[in-house]
Design a protein around this ligand. Structure first.
Ligand code: APR
Length: 235
């Protein structure tokens, strides 16, 4: 393997599956139990804010109690021992990357433990429960607090930084994502276009798997630590 200098690790719900968290599109996935149109669009939020708050209020304690698994921890080992700039670009709203000690983590779809004020833009950390009664601590307006989660149709977060990382990385790893949601599903193409080696880690073949140079199938809690050990053995 090449000696890599800039590594980007894109993660999806699959990396947190072995921590007991549901993915979105599996048989018992979140989108098979809830309609995206009811809980993950800004129209849904304006139409029935308390229904949307309830969905994330239920999710918050589960994510608060969840613990990182061997895949998250393998990234910490790589960041500590491999001589390269290593960034994590995650679609996940859980905080398992941070709990595992990962650094340079970019939550492009937002975070479950943050609320955003639609009036003044104020963002604050919280694991509490919310409703449309709650008032923004910054501007004092009620019914304007929204989970700081990127709903379908909304702009992703940190994209200036992420775009630059994709254009300068020489190794791009995609871990536990189905590759159906853009723009994240297109990141591999940008990285590849700028010369990166690209690896996909998943339980199964995904819809954009032909974009990748290498495919490593199996549970990320097993395959990613093995891959990290291989990288470290050859550094
Ligand atoms: N190890 C590796 N991959 C796994 C594992 C595992 N233990 N368990 C599941 N997977 C894979 C599945 O095969 C699937 O390809 O993880 C992927 C999860 O796919 P999705 O449920 O579609 O989740 P994700 O790709 O993260 O969704 C992207 O869509 O709903 C929106 O905003 C939401 O961030 C989310 C985005």
């Amino acid at each position: 393997m090449r000696k890599y200098k800039n590594i980007v690790i894109l993660t999806g719900a699959g990396i947190s599956a072995e921590s007991g968290l549901a993915t979105f599109r599996s048989e018992d996935g979140l989108w098979n139990k809830h309609r995206v149109e009811d809980v993950a669009t800004i129209e849904a939020f304006y139409r029935n804010p308390d229904y949307v708050h309830e969905f994330y209020n239920e999710m918050r304690p589960e994510l608060f109690n969840a613990q990182p698994n061997a895949a998250h921890k393998a990234i910490t080992v790589l960041q500590e021992k491999y001589p390269a700039n290593i960034s994590v670009v995650t679609q996940n709203v859980d905080t398992l990357h941070e709990k595992a000690g990962n650094k340079n983590v970019y939550h492009i779809h937002g975070q479950i433990n943050q609320m955003r004020c639609l009036n003044c833009g104020h963002v604050f950390e919280t694991w509490g429960e919310f409703s449309s009664e709650d008032v923004c601590e910054n501007c004092g307006i009620a019914a304007v607090l929204k989970p700081n989660i990127v709903f379908f149709g909304e702009d992703l977060l940190y994209m200036d930084k992420v775009d630059n990382l994709l254009r300068t990385c020489d190794l791009f790893l995609s871990v536990g994502t189905s590759g159906v949601v853009y723009p994240a599903a297109g990141f591999v193409q940008i990285a590849k276009m700028f010369g990166a080696d690209t690896y996909e880690f998943n339980m199964e073949k995904t819809s954009n798997n032909r974009m990748f140079d290498e495919h490593i199938y199996g549970p990320a809690g097993t395959t990613l630590p093995e891959f990290v050990n291989k990288l470290l053995a050859e550094k």
